[in-house]
Design a protein around this ligand. Structure first.
Ligand code: PRP
Length: 205
């Protein structure tokens, strides 16, 4: 039995579609249920940012989560396969009537991805004060809570509609299959079997 942590929403749906293609059966959660058992698999529906936690603690053997979340949390997990779904980027945004002034000694940056934000500006040798937010990050520069934001950009619509523009791309992200280190050793053949079947689907083999 393999326990699989999936992030609620579109990525879970698209991952289950990959399973449907592999096994030729319907993989659907009943409404409001957070656990789905199907043959050799048990799926858990969790918050996106919690997927690496379930996997690192071995509450799930494997999981699917964005590279941005993996990078932000740097937990001890094995990264197996790029599923090519949930593509987005992590970018720096500012008000579209401003420019990012790299000569300033310090800027204030709002983000829910505080580690990625801090590392990025540290590498550029720019002093940064991070304001941790949990959502609606795009509001921060509008109301003067921050000079810039570090956030997920998918279509770019949210930034645009709130008078912001992307000035730097920090990283490209997409959903990856990850595994617990011990599960990967103990259940290697099951995990590798799934890995190669998923690989065939996502790489169109
Ligand atoms: C992300 C991000 C932006 C938005 C970008 O939030 O924080 O607000 O999506 O998408 P766009 O470029 O297509 O407009 P998300 O909806 O993932 O929710 P979250 O804040 O709960 O993580």
């Amino acid at each position: 039995m393999l326990t699989v942590a999936l992030p609620k929403g579109r990525i879970a749906e698209e991952t289950l579609e990959i399973f449907e293609e592999i096994f030729g059966e319907n993989f659907r959660f009943e409404s409001r249920k957070l656990v789905l058992e199907m043959g050799k698999f048990r799926f858990l529906l969790v918050r996106n940012q919690d997927v690496p936690t379930y996997v690192a603690h071995q509450a799930a053997d494997i999981g699917v989560v964005g590279l941005d979340v993996i990078e932000e949390q740097s937990l001890d997990i094995v990264k197996l396969l790029d599923l090519g779904i949930g593509r987005c980027k992590v970018a720096v945004g500012i008000r579209d009537d401003e420019e990012l002034d790299w000569s300033r000694p310090q800027i204030k940056v709002a983000s829910k991805m505080v580690n990625i934000a801090r590392n990025y500006f540290s590498e550029k040798a720019m002093g940064v004060e991070i304001v941790k937010l949990y959502g609606s990050i795009e509001l921060a520069p509008i109301v003067g809570l921050a000079d810039a934001i570090v956030d997920i950009v998918e279509t770019g619509t949210t930034m645009k509609e709130n008078g912001l523009k992307v000035v730097e791309t920090i990283m490209e992200s997409s959903a990856h299959l990850i595994a617990n280190k011990y599960s990967f050793l103990m259940k290697k053949s099951e995990i590798m079997d799934l890995y190669s079947k998923m690989g065939e689907v996502v790489n169109g083999a």
